[in-house]
Design a binder for this molecule. Structure first.
Ligand code: S3P
Length: 441
């Protein structure tokens, strides 16, 4: 079956109310935490993307059973010592950095060796960022050339650590927090601000956690060992998936969209703040709080006159997965947009910063790069008519989706490869685009 798509026309004006796929970060966390709970957990609206399905397979391999009942996954945990690892195990994390890094935190008490492997893209990513802190708990943990496979042999004699997380990585913070629930004593993390879903889960599950929020970082204390009971959870929509549709609407003509039931947690809405600084007028409606997470319907209309942004570096972490589409908006905005210290983008499923800049060059947008600081010179009249091919991007799902949005809003004749990459995070992406009227061949 062909694994590329063609786009040859702009999307026509649309007005729609839709939902996007469930949140990937929360889906993976809910599966992994349910595997550690005592008794049954019920997870509704779990994202059924490859990253999450790999998470389910991983816990199954470690002896935790689950079944699907209509829209609900029921997971049967046996507490924080409940993984069954009587012989060596191999866990395949696919494309998912979140799964590989977070589950490593849960394996600090593994009785036998566990090997974590992944696809080509994941295997090349940096795992020392978690093996460094985890080894101080007293476990034997090794990478291959700083990446995967990673092997871990846990210990019965874990000791709590003091750890400074200064990348702004929620995966690193969460990996250490997961290890902390298995460790006797108080683990202290000084963490640069990043998404706080793990902290909110811990609070909800009554896992002893204390957070002291400073301007640029949080001090998090987790007391272990800490068992907790099975729980129920209804996963909201993913703002990262939603952002492709917001930008599609913003850059199209005479369109509007309401995206229902999206997680608008403050640590995730960098894109909304940045686009509103560019005069996008994105509005939240029907706001509510669910298990500490803020949820809302998001509304936006097409906007002709967007302006460049001087993006505050403090928003980098809360928009980390959205810079690709933010760059598209900067490409169309009037004036210059400036972004600083985006080096972490090159540590993602592909070297995203490099690929994004190659992409801007391909579509004739001027930019300047000084190390990881970028200036994009927007062109409000951008209209493409050439032929473009997008391939060789290590099957990065977000590069694929960003390319589709550029094709549907800027014009040109496009061939975009590696369609299957969307199964990582947003399997319904093309279906939603077609629902809005986009012609995908
Ligand atoms: C994630 C954290 C971010 C993000 C990723 C999901 C998470 O990664 O890019 O898509 O669920 O914790 P980093 O922790 O590497 O910044």
């Amino acid at each position: 079956m062909k694994n590329h798509i063609e786009i040859k026309s702009l999307i026509k004006p649309f007005k729609e109310k839709i939902e996007v796929s469930a949140d990937k970060s929360i889906s993976i966390r809910s599966v992994l935490l349910a595997s550690q709970a005592i008794g049954k957990s019920k997870i509704y609206n779990l994202l059924e993307s490859e990253d999450v399905l790999h998470s389910l397979k991983a816990i199954k391999k470690l002896g935790i059973n689950y079944k699907k009942n209509k829209n609900c996954y029921e997971i049967e945990g046996f507490g924080i010592n409940g993984f069954k690892i009587e012989r060596e195990k191999n866990i395949y994390a696919g494309n998912s950095g979140t799964l590989a890094r977070l589950i490593a935190g849960l394996l600090v008490n593994a009785k036998k060796k566990v090997k974590i492997t992944g696809d080509e893209s994941l295997s090349r990513r940096d795992f020392t960022r978690i093996t460094e802190p985890l080894k101080y708990f007293g476990v034997n943990i090794k990478t291959k050339n700083n990446g995967l496979p990673l092997t871990i042999i846990g210990s019965d004699y874990l000791r709590p650590i003091n750890y400074t997380e200064n990348l702004g990585s929620a995966q690193c913070k969460s990996s250490v927090m997961f290890a902390a629930i298995k460790t006797s004593g108080i683990t202290k993390i000084k963490a640069k601000k990043s998404r706080d879903h793990t902290e909110l889960f811990f609070k909800n599950l009554n896992i002893p956690i204390n957070i002291s929020k400073k301007k640029k970082y949080d001090i998090i204390r987790v007391k272990g060992p800490s068992n907790f009971r099975g729980f129920s959870y209804n996963v909201p929509g993913d703002i990262s998936s939603c952002s492709f549709l917001l930008v599609l609407t913003l850059l199209s003509k005479k369109s509007e969209i309401t995206i229902k039931n999206v997680n608008v947690n403050r640590t995730r809405i960098g894109i909304i703040k940045i686009l509103n600084m560019m005069k996008a007028k994105i509005i939240f409606k029907n706001k509510k709080i669910y298990r500490g997470e803020e949820i809302a319907d998001i509304f936006v209309k097409s906007k002709n006159k967007l302006v460049g942004v001087n993006c505050p570096e403090s928003l980098n972490s809360s928009a980390i997965d959205e810079f690709l589409v933010i760059f598209l908006v900067a490409a169309k905005a009037k004036g210059v947009s400036t972004f600083r210290n985006l080096g972490e983008l090159n540590k993602k499923e592909s070297p995203r910063l490099n690929i994004a800049l190659d992409f801007l060059k391909m579509i004739g947008i001027k930019f300047l790069r000084n190390k990881d600081n970028i200036k994009i010179f927007g062109n409000p009249n951008i209209k493409l008519s050439n032929k473009y091919t997008v391939k060789n991007f290590r099957k990065d799902h977000r590069i694929f989706m960003m390319s589709c949005i550029a094709a549907l809003t800027f014009g040109g004749k496009w061939i975009i490869h590696d369609k299957n990459s969307i199964n990582t995070s947003f399997p319904n992406f093309l279906k939603k685009i077609r629902m809005l009227g986009g012609k995908i061949i």
